[in-house]
Design a protein around this ligand. Sequence first.
Ligand code: SAH
Ligand code: SF4
Ligand code: F3S
Length: 453
Amino acid sequence: MKKLFIKTYGCQMNVYDSARMADLLAPHGYGMTDGPEDADMVILNTCHIREKATDKVYSELGRLRELKEAKAENGGRMLIAVAGCTAQAEGAEIVKRQSAVDMVVGPQSYHRLPEMIARVTRGAGAVLETEFPTEEKFDALPEERSGRGATAFLTVQEGCDKFCTFCVVPYTRGAEYSRPVRDVVREAERLAASGVCEITLLGQNVNAFSGEGPDGTRWGLAQLIRRLAQIGGVERLRYTTSHPRDMDDALIDVHAEVEQLMPYLHLPVQSGSDRILKAMNRQHGRDAYFNVVARIRAVRKDIALSSDFIVGFPGESDKDFDDTMDLVRSVGFASAFSFKYSPRPGTPAAVEKQIPEDVKDARLQGLQALLFSQQKAFNQSCEGKVFPVLFEKPGRKEGQAIGRSPYLQPVHVENALSLIGALRPVRIAAASQGSLTGVLQAENDVRIREMAH
Ligand code: SAH
Ligand code: SF4
Ligand code: F3S
């Protein structure tokens, strides 16, 4: 058995891709190992979204080079592959900067890894695959192996046609593509059969899903979710990431109808200023965002929202930033990610006049203080409630297990170690900014899913 180590950066789509790369290489004799030290093959599945993400890749490659050399001195061989979005964006440049790299493979071509390994092993030098043959990839991948645990990601849509002016994703992941419904259903059935009870549907623009249905028509995400909810054993469904423009009525209605769909929605807004939203090419204004939030809260009053924000986008004035703060106060978020704008080569906003770093820092601090206080308040509002918790992993203390609430909050529970993989009612006893603690409740005749409503 050869040892494979995969390090994953970036978003959930990369987490999914890493699992599929492991599936792909298993029949070629590669078993997973926990660290790079004695690995025969190391894959860095990289992210290119901000400059920092890309910098991390090169510093990690520097460390790997030393391990590779040490292994060679002992007569062994370590293959190094760079996969993911940095691989797609920088291509051959990566091998130029770090000659220890043997393979560069983009997110749409990783099904070619086995033949790339064969070429490198034959002595072909570094090899590169950065084409965009999307359909081919999913068709060429083997079925996923079981043993993924209680929760799993399932990519249903890839790529992006929106071209926000700050974002590299349309360039690194290519055009929007939706998988056929039949393939998605089969994958979900296999996951459920292997013990997965929570599936998160993934796509860079997951709510733009438009896959070929079994009836020959195009199915939207709403229709897909209804179909997946019929699979026995699928107790929870989630989807991410959505674009505000694509939140249609059908999808909003599904939140009222499908009980497995968790009452939690990640809906990035980026800015609260119409002027900046326009400059970002977001294709929605501030009012459109308020409108989506109102529509979804009308059908599902217990829904909690999360979002992404960028501060210091070129041209952002104090007034624009105030508009963002105002939007946050008006909507109220259960959690959120916020970032300083990072100029990315090849994107339109990168060549605009930039906002000074100290202004970005101050704005980020102000925004995060507000978002953290909202998150803490939301968590505290959960105290005393009984939530169904899906237990995922052992906690730090003996006998403790950590699970997730419907709102994705980590919940720490004592005497729950034997419940990993199971869904149980838990009364929330205490809340902090980042997590909850709770006490197991007797199941009695309480219908677990109903408690989430
Ligand atoms: N597809 C999703 C998110 C993609 S990237 C969407 O449409 O919202 C995840 C987040 O990274 C984005 O929501 C954005 O907030 C942030 N991001 C993307 N490009 C960035 C950049 N150049 N600088 C800072 N943050 C960025
Ligand atoms: Fe990037 Fe915008 Fe596409 Fe999201 S919608 S992936 S932010 S270009
Ligand atoms: Fe990063 Fe690519 Fe995801 S740039 S956020 S890994 S789509």
